[in-house]
Design a protein around this ligand. Sequence first.
Ligand code: NAP
Length: 253
Amino acid sequence: MAGLVSGKVALVTGAGSGIGRCSALAFAREGAKVVVSDVVVEGSEETVRLIKSAGGEAIFVKADVSKAAEVEALVNATVSAYGRLDCAHNNAGISGRSYSVVEDTEENWDRILAINLKGVWLCMKYQVPVMLKQGGGSIVNTASDAGLIGVKRTGAYVASKHGVVGLTKTAALEYAKVGIRVNAVCPGPIDTPMLQKGTKRYPQMLEKMAAAQPNGRLGKPEEIAEAALWLCSDAASFVTGLAMPVDGGYIAQ
Ligand code: NAP
């Protein structure tokens, strides 16, 4: 049986860990050739190894999404390797430090915004022209529940993810007539290295987060990957401009 993205070429950023790794594996499982990208070399090589050992095809291209020249080179490397770009999951991101609005530092603010928001813009800036040339494509950006609601002591992260949602909707409108769909996934708390690192100093926080979920548990990175895969696939051909919560019902409360 043909996979959901058979014969397509997919690019996933932040694919050396967590949600991005699961997304790269899901795209490969469903028949895409995958470009695995991240700043982290070891984790990304492991993602490629996992894809290949499951019979899929993938390469690793290192890129920092906050640097225009590196993102341009990443998209060029994708086209050089596989000839096209059909599906992009712009997922790389950081949580940064937790501060109130008053306590936050310029360094923390600039770093979070540069990676989480400017990084998504730069990815689309270089991906869309390739998709335009080939007559279509689809993009999924990783936002967050924090792109839809406020969260105390997380102002820069919340601002960056609200920015991703707004940018996603704008890009969806700009390219709807030319066959490029642009959507966002908005994960709730997902059990990944990012969440583990962010709560290391407060081990009871993970339990609290799980307890605050309507379904009483954290999400798994695979559950976000499946949503991103579906949004990127032709099964979602009439879906664009959506910021889709994948959060166990958290923001439905
Ligand atoms: P993760 O396990 O830390 O994976 C993110 C990957 O992106 C890491 O390998 C990270 O490297 C990499 N990265 C960081 N800065 C980068 C840059 N400038 N360029 C390219 N890659 C970079 O985190 P995750 O939980 O899977 O998060 C993936 C996305 O989901 C992020 O956008 C995050 O904001 C979003 N999200 C996560 C959750 C959650 O609860 N986990 C909830 C909502 C949204 P380093 O390890 O060096 O940082």
